[in-house]
Design a protein around this ligand. Structure first.
Ligand code: GDP
Ligand code: MG
Length: 153
């Protein structure tokens, strides 16, 4: 799980693994590792999810947290443009250092964006490849993690 501070990385993992949500913000220090067993495409998969502390730039993230990852989730907060201002630079850093590792962008906190203008908003901000999610109401959270699991299989 990568992305700026406060975008919802910990909350997405909590929603997916524990089916819960907290309004409180507790900053993640270092890395928190959680496991979720799922069945996708009739196969049992153990997802080991590394919730890495937030950073403005992936290049500042301790590379030992990234080495060996099977997939990356890059989380942005749709309600805070500064969290996706340099999205392409961050994605390029990941793909150049970890080629062949799938990445999915989660456009989180979609519950804070006005439904009527969502498509226009995503297009204007070049975010159409992001999967919109909400750790608060659960929208697309399991789908996002499990699509990655399917790609890995
Ligand atoms: P992290 O720093 O990326 O791990 O972010 P957190 O998961 O700690 O979340 C930061 C803050 O955003 C917390 O106050 C959460 O309650 C809130 N938050 C996280 N996800 C969502 C969401 O999908 N919708 C809304 N409205 N708030 C969220
Ligand atoms: Mg966190």
């Amino acid at each position: 799980m990568l992305g700026h501070f406060g975008v919802g990385k910990t909350s997405l993992v909590r929603r997916y693994v524990d089916a819960a949500f907290d309004e409180d913000y507790l900053v993640t220090l270092g890395v928190q590792v959680k496991k979720k067993d799922v069945t996708v495409d009739d196969q049992n998969v153990s997802l080991i999810i590394w919730d890495v502390e937030g950073n403005r730039s992936v290049s500042q993230t301790r590379q030992s947290y990234l080495v060996g990852s099977s997939a990356f989730v890059y989380v942005i907060d749709l309600s805070r443009p500064e969290t996706f201002e340099f999205l392409n630079d961050n994605l390029e850093f990941i793909t150049s250092n970890y080629p062949d590792v799938p990445i999915q962008v989660f456009g989180n906190k979609v519950d804070l964006i006005d439904d009527d203008n969502l498509d226009e908003y995503l297009e204007k901000n070049k975010l159409t490849s992001a999967l919109v999610t909400s750790a608060k109401n659960g929208q697309n959270v399991a789908l996002g993690f499990e699509n990655l699991a399917i790609q890995l299989l």
